[in-house]
Write a protein that binds this ligand. Structure first.
Ligand SMILES: Cc1cc2nc3c(=O)[nH]c(=O)nc-3n(C[C@H](O)[C@H](O)[C@H](O)COP(=O)(O)OP(=O)(O)OC[C@H]3O[C@@H](n4cnc5c(N)ncnc54)[C@H](O)[C@@H]3O)c2cc1C
Length: 319
């Protein structure tokens, strides 16, 4: 059975990200699962147990300064070498900024096709993408080379399938061109108790309708009651209500939670681009004509300052 390479998304602080477990689950339908870990010395050992739990039969470890000291370019070079050597049935990466950049570079290096933002991958490598604010579902195949596919976080439920992986060290041959930008410092972001936005199964987002930064407490409170992450529209971010790293949309993060709650968000196409694949969408907006209601599974036409406290009350009762 041909190998399927899964490029691992993980961090020292958070461990193996959920999207990696989703990719490992998807990869099992395509072939023998090989995880590719890039990071500092010892990264593969740190993540091996989790990767084994979700079916990795092999772990390729690309570790050390040649990888960790630079941005994504050496990772793409190392991955291209690996693909040429093992001729995998497919390569799966996460639809994150880094995953997509590696995928793009890899496709260019191999003169290969590439599919991004897939929400499902069939055993024959056909990818499903959801486009135009969820209005169109596209199925596509790479027609040149091996299927290189990036998978959107929260697209599927990770299912464990324990395996006993062997670890193979990769010798990384980063080129001079790969080393044109190096990492000079890493500062770990102070994390609160909330889940990471792109990985959360519940996201509560606030828009311009929230009114000001102080009122965002209302959004945070609902998110905390639901064990979710907080998001924001660009208008809310641009108005200084909430920091940019929480922006959802075309120029922000892409989320695909089980539940997305939009509070005081009109539903502009650029916002929808970042949340349209959410499984259930709830919107609260005082304007019955707001476009968000075209997308919402449940809509409440009303003032969020009246609706949200009442909803919180009901959630508390059911906890
Ligand atoms: C190139 C480009 C990229 C962009 N990228 C993004 C992006 O990544 N993410 C993004 O979000 N936007 C993005 N935008 C901006 C986008 O076009 C919209 O301007 C933005 O999404 C609007 O944010 P909003 O819905 O919060 O604000 P508005 O459109 O002003 O909507 C506010 C809503 O709140 C409702 N409201 C007001 N008060 C209350 C209340 N008390 N109770 C209930 N409802 C209330 C109003 O009825 C209204 O529908 C981008 C635009 C461009 C051109």
């Amino acid at each position: 059975m041909a190998e399927v390479l899964v490029v691992v998304e993980a961090s020292q602080a958070a461990g193996v990200k959920k999207v990696t477990l989703e990719m490992l689950t998807a990869a099992r339908e395509l072939g023998g699962v090989s995880a590719v870990v890039f990071g500092g010395e010892g990264a593969a050992a740190q993540f091996a147990d989790k990767l084994a739990e979700y079916g990795a039969q092999k772990i390729y470890a690309g570790e050390g300064e040649e990888i960790d000291g630079y941005l994504v370019a050496p990772k793409a070079t190392a991955l291209a070498e690996l693909v040429r050597r093992v001729q995998p049935a497919a390569v799966l990466l996460a639809s994150t900024q880094e995953g997509k950049e590696i995928a793009g570079r890899l496709a260019v290096k191999l003169d290969n096709g590439l599919l991004t933002d897939a929400v499902a991958v069939a055993p024959d490598g056909t990818a499903t993408q959801v486009v135009f604010a969820g209005a169109v579902i596209v199925t596509s195949q790479v027609t040149k080379g091996v299927p290189i596919i990036t998978l959107r976080p929260n697209s599927m439920t990770p299912v464990p399938a324990p395996a006993s992986p062997v670890v193979e060290q990769l010798t990384v041959h980063a080129t001079d061109a790969d080393k044109l930008a190096r990492v000079v410092e890493r500062v770990a972001e102070q994390k609160g108790s909330r889940p990471e936005l792109t990985e959360a199964s519940v996201v509560v987002s606030g828009g311009r309708g929230v009114g000001n930064a102080d009122n965002f407490k209302l959004v945070e409170e609902m998110a905390d009651l639901l064990g979710g992450a907080v998001g924001a529209s660009r208008a809310a971010v641009d108005s200084g209500f909430y920091p940019h790293q929480f922006q959802v949309g075309q120029t922000g993060k892409t989320v695909s939670p089980q539940l997305y709650v939009a509070l005081g968000i009109s539903g502009a196409i650029q916002h929808r681009a970042g949340m349209q694949t959410s499984k259930t969408i709830v919107a609260v907006n005082k304007d019955a004509e707001a476009p968000i209601f075209e997308l919402a599974d449940f809509g409440v036409v009303g003032d969020l300052f009246k609706v949200v406290p009442q909803a919180d009350e009901e959630i508390r009762k059911r906890r």
